[in-house]
Design a protein around this ligand. Structure first.
Ligand code: GRF
Length: 196
């Protein structure tokens, strides 16, 4: 059974999809705890599923490394096999990434390396792209630069709003996240091989 700590910043719709998948006794992974960098709305999903939650806000720490150290100690209590960033909107410092690499993955709403960063959906629309999609990748010390694990594409419908396009991408992301974690848990997908 693959054990996971999920980190979020927002609404947590991907977290919810994963928690629902883990509720099936045949699913080979379990969420141990959910952390956030703010009082994120999505923590409610964790509470509904009786998961431990923790919030470590960067304000109040002298440096990003100190913040990440406290974040890591909250994670370490649970000794997870995998850390999943599901809408966690902070770049983690190298000290944190080195500690967990390659057992830390991120979900991103574009076909990386296209449109990295916090406004991927907006940037794809602004560029007039005909397609976009979602990427799951191993987290390295860059911004959305780590080795790609899986990608799914979709056409961008003409005239679609940023919000609506992001919602449609999230529908793809949820299934992709659940399937990818299942593949990691069953050893069908080896993160050490993807990262080498
Ligand atoms: C997702 O689109 C993810 O790719 C991005 O942030 C969004 C999180 O959405 N990094 P939610 O909080 O899971 O609803």
């Amino acid at each position: 059974m693959l054990s996971i700590v999920v980190l979020i910043s927002g609404t947590g719709s991907n977290l919810k999809a994963l928690l629902e998948a883990c509720d099936n006794p045949l699913y080979p992974a379990k969420v141990l705890a959910v952390g956030a960098d703010r009082a994120a709305e999505g923590l409610e999903h964790a509470e509904l599923f009786d998961k431990t939650t923790f919030v470590v806000q960067p304000g109040g720490f002298a440096s990003k490394d100190e913040w990440a150290e406290v974040l890591a100690s909250n994670i370490e209590i649970h000794q997870p096999d995998l850390i999943v960033l599901a809408g966690f909107m902070r770049v983690l410092p190298k000290s944190f990434v080195d500690r967990y690499y390659p057992r830390i993955i991120n979900l991103h709403p574009s076909l990386l390396p296209k449109f990295p960063g916090a406004h991927a959906v907006r940037d794809a629309l602004a560029a007039g792209a005909g397609e976009t999609g979602s990427t799951i990748h191993i987290v390295d010390a860059g911004v959305d630069t780590g080795p790609v694990i899986s990608q799914q594409s979709m056409a961008i419908p003409a005239g679609i709003s940023e919000h609506e396009l992001h919602e449609r991408i999230k529908e793809i992301e949820k299934q992709q996240l659940v399937k990818t974690i299942e593949a990691i848990a069953s050893d069908e997908l080896k993160l050490e091989e993807v990262s080498s």
